[in-house]
Design a protein around this ligand. Structure first.
Ligand code: APR
Ligand code: PHB
Length: 386
């Protein structure tokens, strides 16, 4: 097999990259280790920055998103028993965020690629990358018991945090920056009306809680829990009573459809390129879920990679490919800062000096137009470099 861009991973990064390359007449093959059903049912965050919605729209994959996505012009911060609305649109010249489940965006992109008859292979095994320093890198894998090879011009490592692409780069050529938080999120999906039209981020002495949604009838709720929390210790009753306590009146209960624990980690690998291998999305960086930046950052990487590959395949040279990592990392670190900041501000960690400072900061934030503007412009998404 032969392709211009071999794409490893059919998450948001790999699928969007394949689609945007296709729009520009560049061919690719997407390889995914898991089944289509698995990829389509994986529950992740569901909040898109304004720029992400625009990017997905330009990519021609947003028809359902524009129809079903819930546009939010603000959010609420709740602490000390009081709610404070943050007018995102008012503070950012009219920018908004859109609630749409990541797996819904993934489903849409898979359907569009398969309907166009373009190559996307699920359930592939033993994926490995070779000759990354050469102009003809190769991907090997097994499919239906057969060994296969793809000769590529470029390989895109879109295979998430646990993929094989990043570990294929010699450790001496990569620097990793890592922060693991001493808490996690217990998340539920419930068949219940959202308690509020907008998201509520609550800080409580028992810990953080977040009320978000997937639709007008499905709520997504999170509780700060221990990093090694055992989900089986959380009965439905215990979950609802913790949510009521931390979020206050108005929690709407209903059947719990799914429960899970989300780990909290900040991670960046630098650089995001090794020879002809380009890392994008979670393969290169992880943010803690506070602020829901994971998919948005993956989309921002893909925009930069598409421009670089477009120039390269049009014979305009490697200058943009050479700048790929630095261009992406500029945004990655700003988004890391924001995700870390929101995480440490809203979670309960002990009773010492730092805790008092965090409470003072929240109080200052909600009373300062300058501080709220900083929050809002990061939350709706910083402008793209291009
Ligand atoms: N071969 C092929 N595919 C692989 C391999 C492999 N060796 N290893 C992992 N994959 C697949 C995973 O099964 C997954 O479908 O790569 C895909 C990576 O997708 P994501 O983890 O969704 O990562 P990404 O596309 O970068 O999207 C980032 O997704 O994980 C969330 O929170 C994250 O919202 C963020 C967004
Ligand atoms: C989600 O919808 O799952 C979500 C929304 C906002 C966040 C985190 C997660 O900050």
């Amino acid at each position: 097999m032969r392709t211009q861009v071999g794409i490893i991973g059919a998450g948001p990064a790999g699928l969007l990259l394949a689609q945007m390359l296709h729009q520009r007449g560049i061919d690719s093959i997407v390889l995914e280790a898991r089944s289509r059903a698995h990829v389509e049912s994986r529950i992740r965050a569901g909040l898109l920055e304004q720029g992400s919605v625009e990017t997905l729209t330009q990519a021609g994959v947003a028809e359902r998103l524009l129809r079903e996505g819930l546009v939010h012009r603000g959010l609420e911060l709740r602490f000390g028993g009081q709610g404070h609305r943050v007018d995102l649109a008012g503070l950012t010249g009219g920018k908004v965020v859109t609630i749409y489940g990541q797996q819904e965006a993934v489903k849409d992109m898979i359907a569009i690629r398969l309907a166009a008859g373009l190559p996307l292979h699920f359930d592939v095994e033993d994926v490995a990358v070779h000759d990354l320093a050469s102009p003809r890198p190769r991907i090997t894998f097994r499919q239906d018991g057969q060994d296969r090879v793809i000769d590529c011009d470029v390989i895109a490592g879109c295979d998430g945090f646990h993929g094989i692409c990043r570990p294929s780069i010699p450790p001496t050529d990569l620097i990793a920056f890592d922060r693991i938080y001493p808490f996690a999120w217990l998340g539920i999906l419930a068949q219940a009306r959202p308690m509020s039209e907008e998201l509520i981020y609550a800080r409580h002495t028992d810990g953080f809680a977040l009320a978000t949604m997937r639709s007008h009838s499905i709520s997504r709720l999170y509780l700060q829990c221990a990093a090694d929390e055992d989900v089986s210790a959380w009965s439905d009753d215990r979950i609802w009573s913790a949510l009521r306590k931390r979020l206050g009146d108005g929690v709407q209960e209903g059947p719990i459809l799914q429960k899970g624990v989300t780990a909290m980690r900040s991670f960046v690998a630098e650089p995001m390129r090794h020879g002809r291998l380009f890392l994008a999305g979670d393969a290169a960086h992880i943010v803690p879920p506070t602020g829901a930046k994971g998919m948005n950052l993956a989309i921002a990487d893909v925009r930069v990679l598409v421009r670089a590959l477009e120039a390269f395949f049009a014979g305009r040279g490697e200058a943009l490919m050479d700048r790929y990592s630095a261009t992406c990392l500029d945004r990655v670190w700003k988004v890391q800062r924001f995700s870390w900041w929101m995480t440490q501000l809203l979670h309960r960690q002990g009773d010492g000096f730092d805790e008092r400072v965090r409470i003072a900061e929240l109080d200052y934030l909600t009373g300062s137009a300058a501080a709220l503007t900083t929050l809002a412009e990061n939350y709706v998404g910083l402008p793209y470099a291009d």
